[in-house]
Design a protein around this ligand. Sequence first.
Ligand code: SF4
Length: 265
Amino acid sequence: MTPAEKLRVVSWSGGKDSTATIILAHEHGIPLDLIVMGLLWFDKKRGIYAEHPEHLEWVKNYAKPLFESWGYKVELVDSKRDYMNYFYQVRQESQYPEYVGKYYGWLIGGMCKMSGEKPAAVKAYLKSLNTETEEYIGIGIDEPERLERLRKQKGKISLLERFGKTTADAREICRPYGLISPNYEITSRGGCWFCPNQKTKEHAYLKVNHPEYWDELLKLDAAENTIQRCFSYSKTFSEIAAEVDEYIAHPPPPPPEQLSIFDYM
Ligand code: SF4
């Protein structure tokens, strides 16, 4: 790349659409200078990521090495603030005097303040390179409104659109390479293991498969002096935990061809 050229970048989420974008570039000989992924944290001090461990393992030990074997540079960049920062942030002012001096507590479902951390980490990293970029974004031809918005943004291109692929096609592009994240087995939408927007079966998956993370949530629920006491919308963590226990004790019957209680909606 000469200094006058733009850096060709894929901002990789690990989802099928951005992963398929990388594969399309690889298969069609489209040069990529950088693949960059932002990673969220639960507790940086203790080395606990916000990503599901299965997903992180797949990213670090399978997908990243595979992309590197194709000659691509892959950077994983950390978000600035972790969940602990948000949970234990002390409220300095409020129209409700009783809130001042207390911890914020649980992040609110649908208004999660952490959701901007990942794009901010990627943006800050790209800015630090001090180079113009051309970004390949994973948007399929079945997403006309998103494509329309993308066309208005300078330096952003969809390779799925260029090759006439839908978001369903993206999954099939990923499949032969083993590049479908285990997140798709665990959650319907990806995201953090403590996300309040998850379904009961997804919380149940965490409790059964990662009890040490579930214990982290129990500890937060026991924290005193917090403002936001509801874990998921209007439900407290205790209420969600009771639903999870009920789900684990009495799981709905799985469809005949599937064996796991976590394999169906
Ligand atoms: S996945 Fe959930 S908890 Fe994580 S940043 Fe997004 S909204 Fe927040």
